[in-house]
Design a protein around this ligand. Structure first.
Ligand code: GLU
Length: 501
């Protein structure tokens, strides 16, 4: 990398669908590379395929980028000195660039009809020609004649003139090393179609050159386009950027990633309850590593330590279990207020557990109504949550008044057993005098019961747990009962007693 050149990178999605995890990872690498080098991250919408690009998809991509926290320095909604940042708004720029190449003799109009091209190809096949590309039929048409044919309205494409003596084209790739292509195989490819639209290989290079892009980090499905793009840079007399082609993301089984492997778009992960920070961490590690072992790489570390020499050229396999582990780790270290406001309360509200008026849906406001209660609930849920929606079922028992929903199996294993009555009566008696209703005081009151009743601790606590929480797998008992409040906790013991008797 030239040391003193300001890094400028771009992520250039085509809005032909949602933002998928492969694209998201490309965006993350570009963003992190820009941040780690004090450079500029540009978002450009490559919407030159009008049949497949939609404004709705563009909006989905922008939304996903914002959710991922990949702030761009130049691009849609943001502007910048090198705009516009959508290719459909740059058609005139491409047209001018193509016409300059025509004027300089670096490109030429081609009048070959599709039928002629097909016939040439067939003939090349039949004579087993090692070169089966365009036969350069129109390369030597006299410019005056070509102009006359254009003026007469004959349809034409514009082809680039690949220099005959160009020799091998070598792509210097930060991930793949030097990759050599035979220039003759490139043929004089089309840069402008007869309908007046530029081809991808042309528009992209015109943009990357004009936008001063220094490094192109993108999927390795584009590696085979790169020698053609280098021909365009050379024709434009523009410096060729550095390339880094990153490998595909495969499914856990090593096969091409598809719907069959589960969620593939960014917003599906958001909706499934993954944190943006954890998701970015996970995706960053699919093909890049900090030091070969660290699994938790927070965004700020990524933004300061990312480098292309730690990008692997082997395809990465997606690993949902690792994502779950990373997400759970991020959740477990959140402070209670953040967990409450960003994870817990929004989930409780959307599950309808927190009855909120329209004016009061702000999680911060709900939190402020009883911060200590949410803090305590967060404290016990944080280590037990993999994805955000997990909190709902674990909190439901707190919202049922005295009438907790019983899990039948738990009831038959505890409340329906001999001895349950005496356990529940003793628990009630022990808890009634507790005045300061804290987890520690509740635990202390219950602690003495096994000895007093001469029963196993597990048996005693299970019965109380089922009475209070409805099942045997609820969060810690003292905390759960503290959250219920004394009145409800005692009322639940009384109700369970009726069932046990
Ligand atoms: N629009 C292209 C794509 O979505 C980007 C290609 C590139 O980065 O050059 O695949």
């Amino acid at each position: 990398m030239s040391q003193n050149k300001q890094v400028r990178v771009r992520f250039a999605p085509s809005p032909t669908g949602k933002l998928h995890i492969g694209g998201a990872r490309t965006a993350i690498y570009n963003w992190a590379f820009a941040r780690a080098n004090g450079g500029t991250f540009i978002l450009r919408i490559d919407d030159t395929d009008p049949a497949r690009s939609t404004d709705e998809n563009t909006q989905i991509i922008l939304r996903a980028m914002r959710w991922l926290g990949l702030d761009w320095d130049e691009g849609p909604d943001k502007g910048g000195d090198f705009g516009p940042y959508a290719q459909t708004e740059r058609l005139e720029i491409y047209r001018k660039a193509a016409h300059s190449l025509l004027a300089e003799g670096k490109a030429y109009p081609c009048f070959c009809t599709p039928e002629k091209l097909a016939a040439d190809k067939k003939a090349a096949e039949e004579r087993h020609d090692s070169f089966q590309g365009y036969q350069r039929t129109c390369r030597n048409i006299d410019p005056a004649e070509a102009q006359a044919r254009i003026e007469a309205g004959e349809p034409y494409t514009i082809r680039i003139k690949v220099p005959l003596d160009r020799g091998d084209v070598i792509v210097h790739d930060a991930v793949h090393g030097d990759v050599t292509f035979n220039a003759r195989e490139l043929d004089d490819f089309i840069i402008f179609r007869s309908d007046g639209t530029p081809t991808y290989n042309f528009a992209t290079v015109v943009d990357d050159a004009l936008m001063g892009i220094t490094h192109i980090i993108r999927g390795d499905d584009h590696l085979s386009n790169t020698p053609r793009q280098i021909m365009v840079y050379e024709a434009l007399d523009a410096p060729v950027p550095e390339f880094a082609h990153i490998s595909m993301i495969l499914g856990p089984d090593g096969k091409k990633l598809s719907k069959r492997h589960g969620a593939t778009s960014v917003e599906e992960y958001r909706d499934a309850g993954y944190l943006s920070d954890a998701f970015v961490n996970y995706l960053a590690l699919l093909g890049w590593s900090l030091d070969g072992e660290t699994t938790i790489v927070p965004r700020d570390v990524l933004a300061s330590q990312f480098s292309l020499d730690h990008v692997s050229k082997n395809p990465a396999k997606s690993d949902p279990e690792r994502l779950n582990w990373i997400n759970a780790t991020y959740l477990s270290v959140m402070d209670n207020k953040t967990f409450s406001v960003q994870v817990l309360i929004p989930e409780l509200v959307s599950a309808g557990l927190e009855p909120v008026s329209d004016t009061e849906t702000d999680a911060e406001k709900i939190y402020a109504t009883r911060p200590a209660w949410y803090d305590l609930l967060s404290e016990i849920l944080k280590p037990r949550t993999t994805v955000s929606p997990d909190v709902v079922e674990k909190s439901r028992f707190l919202y049922e008044g005295a009438e907790v929903t019983f899990d039948e199996k738990s009831v038959s294993k505890s409340l329906a057993k001999d001895g349950a009555v005496s356990i529940l009566e003793a628990a009630h008696a022990a808890l009634l005098p507790v005045s300061e209703w804290t987890p520690a005081n509740i635990d202390a009151a219950l602690e003495v019961l096994p000895e007093q009743l001469d029963l196993k601790k597990r048996v005693v606590f299970q019965a109380v747990r089922v009475a209070e929480c409805g099942n045997m797998v609820s969060p810690p008992l003292g905390e759960s009962m503290a959250l219920l409040g004394k009145d409800i906790a005692l009322a639940r013991l009384e109700r369970a007693l009726k069932i046990a008797q």
